[in-house]
Design a binder for this molecule. Structure first.
Ligand code: ZN
Length: 458
């Protein structure tokens, strides 16, 4: 045989071997020991929890455009270099700068009382003297339409009881413009979250170009229920809303990128990460400092144990997820030429509570592989792979490059603290940080090390 034919024959044999290995689970046996080592190393210390505590204690909340966020980014870069991660760098992203300013909501009738509130992200402010008006309470958009004649010149409260995030968040995102199109002068939204300790939840609103931009704020579930009862009794509800909220010019921010370079196929990339920005309340521990630290920790654990996979594991801490998604879009644009070399993207942005497994979106063969890998995580409670999974920040790159995506799933009270002053370290235990970092480390390591490229299964 010519040397060329020999090369072809060898290549074919390698492919056949790899495909044979996939059909059985022999390939998985080779990963049992590395998986156990990653789990044991992670569980042996509270390193990840301490790192998240240092981040959130020192830099606090990290809203896009804030000095806090940029100082935290510089800290992360320095820490990643100290860890020994490779190609640590900042990739520039211009981000919107929304500033909350001072804000208040006062009940005027039937009794005078200041109420806990949080202006919605991206909201416009009120005139300096505030907006005083009567409140119309509606439970949903149908009731808004039915009461269209009552809305003009009034303040609308959307009192939709939290079922799940997807179903109720629409009142926060689209409610203000829908009420404005009927002549409302401001909007209040029952917080998107379960009833807690009278805690308002902020989050983005999205104005419709066709409607006037009116100020919008969240109130607690408890106060929304009180307003509903007052209205049912025919009692006049009057409030004064004051908000200094405004946009300032876009600010310079960065995605943080660090790598554990692959030992054989360094140009092929398995990406793990979360978003480093947060809302300006609480300290962004669950959303999403924890997701950033556990994905970063996955790479650090591999490095510490000398487990360098065939392909590169790339950690990305995205900027500006909360009120712009500019970090996720910039990653897609900056890396357009190498998207085809991205094997899989995993995002952790559901908080760090008890591990529950992963979600996966991609080809069926790849799903079988990922499900087999997750089978090694039974003791962590992380062996379930749901029908779909991804994340806001990895979405743009995944769409543009048709790349398989995974979410990191957890079981806990995420939406109790989501976007509130209560998003702090108090809700996260060291064990939860260690267990989740271990689960992500095992999945990322094995996917990056597989004898075949994830997605090449039959
Ligand atoms: Zn988030």
């Amino acid at each position: 045989m010519s040397s060329r034919l020999v090369a072809v024959a060898v290549a074919l044999a390698v492919v056949v071997l790899a495909l044979t290995a996939q059909t059985g689970q022999d390939w998985l046996d080779a990963y049992r020991t590395p998986a156990q080592r990653l789990i044991a190393e992670s569980q042996a210390s509270d390193f990840a929890w301490q790192r998240l505590a240092e981040l959130t204690d020192t830099y606090g909340p990290r809203l896009s455009g804030s000095e806090n966020l940029e100082r935290a980014i510089d800290w992360a870069v320095a820490e990643m270099k100290k860890d020994g991660l490779e190609n640590v760098r900042k990739e520039p992203v211009l981000v919107p700068k929304w500033v909350r300013g001072r804000e208040s909501l006062d009940l005027v009738e039937p009794a005078r009382q200041p109420l806990p509130m949080l202006g919605l992200g991206n909201s416009v402010g009120t005139p300096a003297s505030g907006i005083e008006g009567d409140v119309v309470v509606v439970r949903d958009f149908d009731e808004l339409t039915a009461r269209a004649a009552d809305v003009k010149g009034r303040i609308v409260l959307f009192n939709a009881v939290f079922t799940n995030y997807g179903q109720t968040v629409v009142y926060r995102t689209t409610g203000p413009s829908r009420a404005a199109s009927l002549g409302a002068v401001a909007v209040l939204v029952r917080s998107i979250g379960p009833t807690g300790l009278r805690t308002p939840h902020t989050g983005s609103t999205v104005y419709d170009e066709k409607a006037p931009r009116i100020p919008a704020a969240a109130i607690s579930a408890e106060d929304a229920d009180r307003f509903q009862r007052l209205q049912a009794r025919g009692t006049r509800i009057r409030v004064r809303l004051s908000m200094e909220a405004r946009f300032e010019p876009d600010a310079q921010s960065y995605n943080v990128v660090a790598e554990l370079r692959g030992r054989e196929l360094p140009n092929e990339i398995v990406l793990v990460g979360g978003h480093f920005d947060s809302w300006d309340v609480g300290v962004g521990a669950s959303d999403d400092g924890g997701g950033c630290v556990v994905t970063w920790e996955a790479a650090r654990l591999m490095l510490k144990l000398g487990l360098r996979p065939r392909r590169t594991v790339r950690v990305v801490l995205f900027t500006n997820e909360e009120n712009g998604l500019r970090g996720g879009n910039a990653y897609r644009d900056t890396h357009m030429a190498e998207l085809a070399s991205h094997v899989m993207l995993l995002e952790s942005d559901g908080g760090v509570f008890d591990p529950a497994g992963f979600g996966f979106t991609g080809p069926d063969g790849a799903r079988r592989t990922v499900t087999s890998i997750a089978g090694l995580l039974k003791n962590l409670g992380a062996s379930t792979v749901r029908a779909a999974g991804g994340g806001a920040d990895i979405g743009p790159a995944a769409q543009a490059g048709k790349i398989p995506t995974m979410s990191h799933d957890v079981a806990g009270d995420y939406f109790l603290v989501h976007h509130t002053q209560a998003d702090t370290m108090a809700r996260i235990t060291p064990k939860q940080m260690s267990d989740n970092a271990a689960a992500i480390a095992v999945v990322a390591y094995i996917v990056a090390d597989l004898p075949w490229r994830l997605g090449a299964e039959k």
